[in-house]
Write a protein that binds this ligand. Structure first.
Ligand SMILES: [Zn+2]
Length: 552
């Protein structure tokens, strides 16, 4: 087939071209990931009663979901996995439902109108395929631990399984007596409910994302640190690690204190640090964080051991990362998966800030340097923006863009706006969106308000576009007291217009200037008394850049 242009009359060609671009646009729109967003109804509160059997190998449960109707609807389409549904009730009357392919579609008896409040109760039982991990702890004792990121809670609780669908939750967990139980929020009471069983009631009073809803049941040693913390703090570990836990989690209380001072008061009723079943290094469930079961046996990274806490610095950083999520991710939740860096980039950077404060400037520089290398390596594999609307597999969003590059974006904003405006902006962003959701644009607005600066082009280049600046600086000593600097940007794609600090060294000292590129090529003349002995780009490492320097 030949589609070459001259065979079509001009107007027909224009029409064909319009259709072609329309198709391109439509296929680009179709390529974007479809997210399970809130549409016709929104969960407000979950009341979840779960009974575990003796071996912690099965559950019998009843979840009541309090729902607010947003648009007229005759059905409520819950996300729900493979457990057997025994009955669904609307308020207290049984109703019809279908349950297949991860959806529990409940027929309402009449049309629901915007503003209506209804409650559905789902009775179900079985062994969850995912989400609530029923496994043995490292001592071989049975345990049941929630691990839901990114959208796996619906394998054990019927939900609207998207981070933006935040709700409060109460758990009544009935478990064999002798098991330790913890969940989100405050422990209201524990009662002996049947011979050999106790029921634990935990309530989370502020809305949390579904992926942060958790129970943990097992043969835990529960340990409380002696030092005071800004919130009730307790540790849950396998019995055999009971004597490692105080030192292992010793960064916890100082981290809580640091973020309380840097951001805002801690958002939840308590904090439990748990070592148990998670597929991640750590999982930031609101007020009940789970760390990987080898946490206390991990080898130190090249940064080494923390002299202050006596544990590897990478553990200090991991503990700080998960606790930082309590503010960023849990309390201020990304409104879409494209905004994930508001969770992971923030947790990564705020952990680095804790490292900077407690482990020193060198450890901080090393961690930012490692982050930069991770970004460069990832970019070679997948040159896409941080704000990623296309990647379908949500696990693939756990990448160097959302973590390390997101962290670098914050570091660059801090450097360019100054500590005062940056932290004021972050605090006001947090205050406006706590216990709710936020978008990248809302972060931009908060930082613009705090700094009085227009950050549209910064966000456009760093968050909504891909790549990083690859500077090449050539300098020429022209005699006659003049140095010529030629800064070119070698990366593919658009120019970066961030100010570029440059240090010029001469025999008589150092001089700092700032280059302000407006495009990919900048030529600057610098008056200089003597021939330079060296020129350095970005000496304090405030840019996520790669640079080569040449001289004549
Ligand atoms: Zn994280």
């Amino acid at each position: 087939m030949n589609t070459s242009r001259p065979f079509l009359p001009l107007r027909l060609w224009a029409f064909a071209r319009a259709i072609f671009f329309l198709l391109l646009f439509v296929s680009a729109a179709l390529a974007a990931r479809v997210e399970r967003l809130i549409d016709k109804w929104q969960p407000q509160h979950y009341l979840v009663n779960i009974t575990l059997n003796d071996q912690l190998s099965e559950i019998t449960a009843s979840a009541r979901i309090y729902i607010r109707i947003l648009k007229p609807t005759r059905v409520i389409d819950l996300d729900f996995g493979e457990l057997t549904v025994d009955r669904v009730m609307l308020d207290s009357k049984p109703v019809e439902f279908t349950h297949k392919d991860g959806k529990l579609v409940v027929a309402l008896t009449e049309d629901a109108k915007p503003g209506d409040s209804i409650s559905l109760t789902v009775d179900y039982h079985g062994k969850p395929k995912d989400g609530l991990i029923l496994t043995k702890d490292k001592d071989g004792n049975p345990s049941a631990v929630g691990d839901n990121w990114p959208n796996r809670v619906h394998h054990w609780i019927p939900t609207l399984d998207h981070p933006s669908a935040k709700a409060t939750i109460t758990f009544n967990i009935t478990a064999p007596a002798g098991k330790e139980v913890v969940a989100n929020g405050r422990l209201d009471h524990v009662e002996t409910t049947a011979i050999g069983y106790r029921t634990w009631t935990f309530s989370e009073g502020v809305p949390i994302p579904p992926y942060c809803m958790i129970i943990a049941v097992g043969q835990f040693a529960k340990v409380e640190p002696g030092e005071r913390a800004v919130t009730p703090l307790s540790y849950y570990v396998a019995l055999s690690e009971g004597d490692l836990v105080l030192k292992g989690f010793s960064p916890g209380a100082p981290v809580l204190d640091f973020f309380t001072r840097t951001v805002a008061p801690y958002p939840y009723e308590k904090l439990a640090l748990i070592v148990g079943a998670t597929r991640f290094g750590g999982m930031e469930n609101s007020s009940a964080i789970v760390f990987t079961s080898n946490l206390f046996n991990r080898a130190p990274s090249p940064i080494g051991m923390s002299t202050r806490f006596g544990v590897p610095v990478n553990n200090v950083s991991l503990i700080a990362h998960e606790i930082a999520h309590q503010w960023f991710g849990d309390s201020v939740t990304e409104s879409t998966w494209s905004d994930l860096w508001l969770s992971e980039g923030f947790a990564t950077y705020f952990a680095a800030l804790f490292v900077q404060r407690y482990e020193g400037e060198d450890a901080f520089r090393m961690s930012m340097n490692d982050a930069a290398l991770a970004v460069f390596a990832y970019e070679k594999k997948k040159p896409v923006p941080i704000f990623d609307r296309d990647t379908e597999n949500l696990m693939e969003l756990l990448n160097a863009n959302n973590y390390q590059k997101g962290s670098w974006v914050l570091h660059m904003l801090r450097s360019q706006l100054g500590d005062d405006a940056f932290f004021r902006g972050i605090k006001s962003y947090y205050e406006s969106h706590k216990n709710s959701t936020a978008s990248t644009e809302e972060l931009r607005a908060a930082l613009e308000k705090a700094s009085g600066r227009n950050l549209r082009s910064f966000f456009a280049r760093w968050v909504y576009d891909s790549g990083h600046p690859q500077y090449e600086l050539a300098y020429y000593w022209l005699g006659r007291r003049e140095l010529r600097l030629v800064l070119s940007q070698r990366q593919a794609g658009n120019a970066f217009v961030d100010p570029v600090p440059v240090t010029i060294s001469t025999a008589s000292g150092k001089r700092e200037i700032v280059l302000k590129p407006a495009g990919k090529l900048l030529i600057e003349r610098v008056p200089l008394r003597v021939r330079p002995i060296g020129v350095e780009v970005d000496p304090r490492n405030v840019l996520l850049d790669e640079t080569t320097v040449k001289s004549n």
